[in-house]
Write a protein that binds this ligand. Structure first.
Ligand SMILES: [Zn+2]
Length: 520
């Protein structure tokens, strides 16, 4: 299929209008978010949590309706969703994708990588685990021989180059075919599908000031709210005009640049977003006069500015759940979101020792404590402003954030995390928490799947008119079936499509195309 990438990008800028028009009704009104703490290698433990959640979800889904074979249901599962061979016979395989249960998936540090894999690449948890293992093997399996955890001689323990190479390889393997022409694809998700958020820390004024910086896979404001908030220029949102339409690689590196481990990440971002936002408004007024037309033609002027980032894991934002909550609130108002927050089984520890290294470590450890945000979220839950599930082993496991034993393969570390995870599952009340959360998520999905918007959300489906004598541009796209049907009925004569609406719909229908696995 030809990759209409330029058209797709333009389409994204028209998103605020669509969101306002389409989202504030019915089962799509309440937003559902998944949040990942940062924790280095222990991100693998987080994935084990998610895998178990998806297995419980699968059980509930299939018990409710035996014909449900995947979370695409009632849509058919596309090809190449998984790159893993012969998984269908394994009990752990879950063709129930997180991107079908969550509107937002966000994370920081290695949680940022997980958020990207799940939202942008729309992967199964099993594929995610495999990619994670491969990345950890490359990154943590190659520490530099000479390094010191010392503020005076900050040679980082791992090479940013190796991190970059590992991330690049995942992008090449997993980015959807639709944007195959892009050598440097963006961290951008399709309108009305699962959105991704990466939380980083931006260092400004010679590192004196550190502020939270959100990379979003979508345009971060609604036009309605923008108009109401002209004076204050964007109310609650962090960096609403920056970090949009950024390359996926940059986002991943900014989100994972852990101090002492990889060092800070310097990069250049486009600063054209303010102008772009202003242009959307004028462009949308035109869109409104042409129902069904969703594509805006925008020229985004080039402007660039230099930025310095580090992983937000070494700050209170190490648990990004509250940032996600704020983000949803400021976009969607009072919709009582459902938030699922997954921890990394970080142990509570006190670093003993007097030296400078111990002091620095202790300082960062306290800063990165996820429990403070957890307490905050619990408070929100009690007040009824959200529904909050926290899945985390609060006692923690004895695995350092860069432990990877033995060095090349990491098999001992992986086994430790799996064993500890299974032990945690056996504890009182843990399984019940999974069940309660899974039931809730299944209930919401099964209501959503009965609406016309499900096809778009589940498959990234859109329509491109192939009928002769079409008055619209060749690259025009319709996001939902009803709009496209109306286009056919109103703007074509019946003899154009020979009266066979159904087969024309099938010919003009497109979905996100998963990249096929390369022969190894
Ligand atoms: Zn047409």
């Amino acid at each position: 299929m030809a990759g209409p990438s330029t058209a797709t990008r333009d389409l994204h800028l028209a998103e605020p209008h669509d969101q306002v028009a389409r989202n504030e009704h019915g089962p799509w009104f309440q937003k559902i978010a998944l949040s990942f703490d940062g924790g280095g290698v222990r991100g693998y433990w987080s994935l084990l949590v998610l895998q178990h959640l998806m297995l419980v979800i699968r059980e509930i889904e299939t018990n409710q309706d035996g014909t449900t074979r995947s979370s695409f249901h009632p849509c058919e599962k596309p090809d190449n969703v998984s790159h893993l061979p012969n998984l269908l016979n394994q009990t752990s395989y879950t063709p129930f994708l997180p991107c079908h249960y969550f509107d937002y998936i966000g994370g920081t540090s290695t949680g940022a990588l997980i958020a990207i894999l799940l939202s942008k690449f729309r992967m199964t948890v099993e594929d995610c685990l495999r990619e994670y293992e491969d990345m950890a093997r490359v990154i943590f399996g190659h520490p530099r021989l000479i390094h010191r955890m010392n503020a005076l001689m900050p040679r980082n323990k791992y090479s940013m180059k190796i991190l970059e190479k590992a991330i690049k390889e995942v992008i090449d393997r997993r980015v959807q075919v639709r944007i195959e022409d892009d050598t440097d694809p963006l961290f951008q998700t399709e309108i009305d599908t699962c959105r991704g958020i990466v939380l980083a820390t931006q260092l400004v004024e010679g590192r004196v000031v550190a502020k939270r910086f959100l990379f979003r896979s979508y345009t971060p404001y609604s036009e309605k709210k923008r108009k109401n908030a002209q004076a204050t220029d964007n109310f609650l949102l962090n960096n609403p005009h920056e970090g949009i339409r950024t390359s996926l690689l940059k986002v991943a590196l900014a989100g994972t640049a852990a101090p002492f481990y990889f060092g800070h990440y310097h990069t250049v971002l486009s600063t054209a977003q303010v102008q772009a936002a202003k242009r959307v408004q004028t462009d949308l007024s035109r869109v409104e006069t042409e129902p069904g037309r969703r594509k805006g033609k925008l020229h985004v002027p080039e402007g660039k500015s230099s930025y310095e980032f580090q992983d937000a894991g070494f700050s209170r934002a190490n648990n990004p759940c509250h940032e996600l909550y704020r983000e949803i609130q400021s976009h969607h108002g009072d919709n009582v979101p459902v938030l699922v927050s997954i921890g990394t089984a970080r142990r509570k520890e006190s670093f003993v020792g007097e030296g400078a290294v111990a002091t620095i470590k202790r300082g960062f450890h306290q800063l990165g404590d996820p429990e403070e945000v957890h307490g905050l979220m619990e408070g929100e839950g009690v007040r009824g402003s959200c529904v909050y599930y926290r899945l985390n082993d609060e006692d923690g496991i004895n695995v350092d954030m860069d432990e990877w034993k033995p060095k090349k393969v990491g098999s001992i570390t992986i086994t430790t995390m799996r064993t500890k995870f299974n032990e945690w599952l056996e504890k009182d009340g843990v399984e019940d928490k999974f069940k309660e959360c899974a039931k809730h998520l299944v209930r919401l999905r099964r209501i959503r799947m009965t609406t016309p918007r499900w096809e778009r959300f589940a498959l990234g489906q859109y329509f491109v008119c192939q009928v002769q004598n079409c008055p619209k541009d060749r690259d025009n796209q319709w996001l939902d079936r009803v709009d496209f049907e109306n286009h056919l009925k109103r703007e074509h004569r019946e003899e154009d499509y020979r009266g066979d609406l159904e087969s024309v719909l099938n010919t003009c229908r497109r979905i996100l195309v998963y990249r096929s696995r390369r022969p190894s």
